[in-house]
Design a protein around this ligand. Structure first.
Ligand code: CU
Length: 191
């Protein structure tokens, strides 16, 4: 490797670090929520290679709420000794995106790739009391709040974005945020 090539690499790394250094933070009312940057016009993102696991354990979806980037493949695992089913009636109310993954026994899993952003309401037709959520974010810029509602979205390039806050059982809310190094958005959600 020549010295000038190395220098160019360092320069590229430095510029990249500067460009991706931004954050959006704030607070959402009422407990655990999900906050994400909505679709950015003319921008797509490569599908993540990570495959998170949505477990069914103790007759519950675990985690109860999961947030992933669009294009993510989620593995649905059954850790109980009873059979579980996984289906969703819609994604963000769009019934055309309904899907039934089937029913399977302990230790087996099935994968599904989420190519449509939105709120996936997970249900099990064996146990009507079971419910979970996968929030499919259109961008890689998302975060879950802590229990008191604080969140921080990292690595957001400078720009103007619509930021969405979602909470189970509440009306989701969208706000315009300018990020110049940092951006801030607080949300008060209601039913
Ligand atoms: Cu079940």
């Amino acid at each position: 490797m020549t010295r000038s090539f190395l220098f160019t690499l360092l320069l590229i790394a430095a510029v990249a670090a500067t460009v991706t250094a931004g954050t959006i933070d704030g607070k959402v009312s009422s407990g655990k929520s999900v906050v994400y940057v909505d679709t950015i016009q003319g921008k797509t993102f490569p599908a993540p290679s990570q495959q998170p696991v949505m477990d069914q354990k103790g007759l519950m979806f675990n985690p109860h709420i999961m947030v992933v980037q669009v294009g993510t493949t989620v593995e649905f695992l059954n850790s109980d000794s009873v059979q579980h089913n996984v289906f969703w009636p819609s994604i963000s109310g769009n019934k055309k995106l309904t899907h039934n993954l089937g029913t399977w026994p302990k230790g087996e899993k099935k994968a599904f790739k989420f190519d449509n952003p939105g709120v996936v309401s997970l249900l099990c037709n064996v146990h009507p009391e079971m419910a979970g959520y996968i929030i499919v974010s259109p961008t890689p810029y998302f975060a879950e709040t802590d229990a008191s509602g604080n969140y921080k979205i990292e690595n957001v390039p400078d720009g103007k974005y619509n930021v969405v806050a979602w909470h189970e059982g509440m009306k989701q809310q969208s706000k315009s945020v300018d990020v110049a190094g940092t951006g801030k958005a607080d949300f008060t959600l209601s039913k």
